[in-house]
Ligand binder design. Structure first.
Ligand SMILES: NC(=O)c1ccc[n+]([C@@H]2O[C@H](COP(=O)([O-])OP(=O)(O)OC[C@H]3O[C@@H](n4cnc5c(N)ncnc54)[C@H](O)[C@@H]3O)[C@@H](O)[C@H]2O)c1
Length: 250
């Protein structure tokens, strides 16, 4: 029997990058994966590919920053499948913007998606998990939630918020059988990071910052989501697992 057979998993931001790799990993290990993303076309492509590979996946177009959309999506997934056992709360955005030039609207959008969105999804799913007697939530933070980086004040603040949201949820939900952890990736090669940095910038970044001498792959993070959701992590909650090729060891 596969490790996640019979499990219902919700992955947000599942259309590409780390979310897609995570959805694929859970599906390959036997779960049904409800894949949610704001971008209908990447989501559709991803779902078609995974269905064609024989996996059990379904799709929901969802902007996690819209509380009512989150209510509807979580309710309909629960109604359709009768449970949500695992949440990979992954959706997020990033771009560079110097602190002194930061536009209020840009600051708000970052917090709306990366922190408020994380809260809306986690809270709605946690209510269902409490009723069903337990579950597992993994929030997507970042090494940027543990240390600062120039030109990312909005992003760093959002991910720092996710780290402490995670710890507080773990405290409040542990006795309901719900484990809550965060993943803190360093530099992972995804459509998002490719949209921000040129290959030359990435090369210099690796040289200066990453002891393993390479950037991470989405699959490296997906494996940590799967570990944290598995029985091997049954006594782990309130933890933030860094997946950064050694960057924070400097
Ligand atoms: N790539 C990295 O180096 C890195 C490092 C640390 C943390 N992260 C985090 O990992 C997560 C995924 O990043 P990625 O690099 O795979 O990005 P990505 O852009 O490649 O994929 C993110 C997906 O999230 C979706 N999305 C964006 N806004 C959304 C919203 N409001 N509602 C629902 N879906 C939305 C996008 O459409 C996209 O499909 C993010 O939270 C990001 O902050 C990434």
């Amino acid at each position: 029997m596969k490790r996640f057979s019979g499990r219902i998993v919700l992955v947000t931001g599942a259309g590409q990058g780390i979310g897609l790799a995570t959805a694929e990993r859970f599906a390959a290990e036997g779960a049904h994966v409800a894949m949610a993303d704001i971008n209908q076309s990447v989501l559709q492509q991803a779902v078609e590919r995974l269905n064609a590979a024989g996996y059990s996946v379904s799709s929901r177009v969802l902007d996690v920053s819209e509380a009512e959309q989150v209510d509807d999506a979580v309710r309909s997934i629960h109604q359709e499948h009768g449970a949500i056992h695992i949440l990979a709360n992954n959706a997020g955005i990033a771009w560079q913007e110097p602190f002194l030039d930061m536009k209020d609207d840009n600051w708000k959008r970052m917090l709306d998606v990366n922190l408020n969105g994380m809260f809306y999804v986690a809270q709605r799913v946690a209510r269902i998990m409490k009723e069903q007697g337990g579950g597992c939530i993994i929030n997507m933070a970042s090494t940027n939630g543990l240390a600062g980086e120039v030109n990312y004040a909005h992003y760093n603040a959002s991910k720092g918020g996710v780290v402490l949201l995670t710890k507080t949820m773990a405290l409040e939900l542990g006795r309901s059988g719900i484990r809550v952890n965060a993943v803190c990736p360093g530099y992972i090669q995804t459509p998002l990071s490719e949209s921000i940095d040129s290959p030359e910038t990435v090369r210099r970044y690796i040289e200066r910052n990453i002891p393993l001498g390479k950037v991470g792959k989405p699959e490296n993070v997906a494996g940590v989501f799967a570990f944290l959701a598995s029985d091997d992590a049954a006594f782990i909650t309130g933890e933030c697992i860094v997946v950064d090729g050694g960057q924070l060891a400097y």
